[in-house]
Design a protein around this ligand. Structure first.
Ligand code: GTB
Length: 222
């Protein structure tokens, strides 16, 4: 059955692989499942056809036969549960890998998103620098704890798992912030994730969408 996901027709991240379709693409590449992509404009994302799939009018979604899913974490978990390669066979190890998936999005990601929101929406406020320092302190605390736990291990729970896929995806949002500079263990962990052939294929695929959209826009402007 064909798998179809949705992604931005023109991603605001300019092809940096930070939109959440990247996590789904990466998971599908890891397990060797081909997929089609339906590209959506911001307008189309708020129309009834898409809202029926994603009640919040966001990407990504996932369709396979009669199954329609939203929430990138739920989609990655579904892919990992259905196909070998992203979760350990042993039930306890599997549960621990899933715990890391949740830790990525519910413990690590919230202050990182808060930082991005502050930069976009509050950058001009007189108290912005103080707020940024507070948010950065919260992020550093989490980075430090994660770095301590990872230690010399290659991945968080045995072999590479969906937990690492989610965690690396979340940490990548900090690239360019300078916050990772003090955590060489985590920088090396992220680099291992980015070096995976499946990651590279997924990254190239989403970048190709952005490149094509940019060329079309340039062509139209001529
Ligand atoms: N919890 C949901 C999930 O994980 O699936 C969150 C989905 C979500 O936030 N989708 C965003 C979206 O559709 C795109 S990924 N936004 C449009 C809208 O809400 O109208 C978030 C994102 C957007 C842009 C960047 N960027 O430019 O760097 C990074 C991440």
């Amino acid at each position: 059955m064909t798998i179809t996901i949705t992604a931005f027709a023109n991603s605001p991240d300019r092809g940096r692989g930070l939109a959440r379709d990247m996590r789904v693409r990466w998971a599908l590449e890891e397990v060797g499942q081909p997929y089609a992509v339906r590209l959506l404009s911001f307008k189309a994302m708020k129309e009834p056809a898409h809202l029926a799939l994603q009640p919040f009018g966001q990407i990504p979604t996932y369709e396979e036969g009669d199954l329609a899913l939203f929430e990138s974490g739920a989609i990655v978990l579904h892919v990992a549960a259905r196909h070998a390669g992203l979760l350990p066979q042993d039930a306890d190890a599997r549960a621990r890998a899933i715990a890391w998936m949740f830790a990525a999005v519910s413990t690590m990601e919230p202050p990182i998103v808060e930082r991005e929101t502050a930069r976009f929406l509050e950058g001009g406020e007189s108290w912005y620098e103080q707020r940024l320092a507070m948010v950065d302190a919260r992020i550093r605390r989490r980075l430090s704890q994660l770095s301590d736990r990872l230690g010399d291990n290659e991945w968080l729970e045995g072999p590479f798992s969906a937990g690492d896929l989610q965690m690396v995806s979340v940490l990548l949002r900090l690239k360019g912030s300078g916050l990772l500079d003090d955590y060489p263990t985590l920088s090396a962990y992220i680099a291992r994730g980015e070096a995976r052939p499946a990651y590279r294929r997924a990254f190239a695929a989403q970048l190709a969408v952005f490149t094509a959209a940019s060329s079309a826009a340039e062509g139209g402007a001529r």
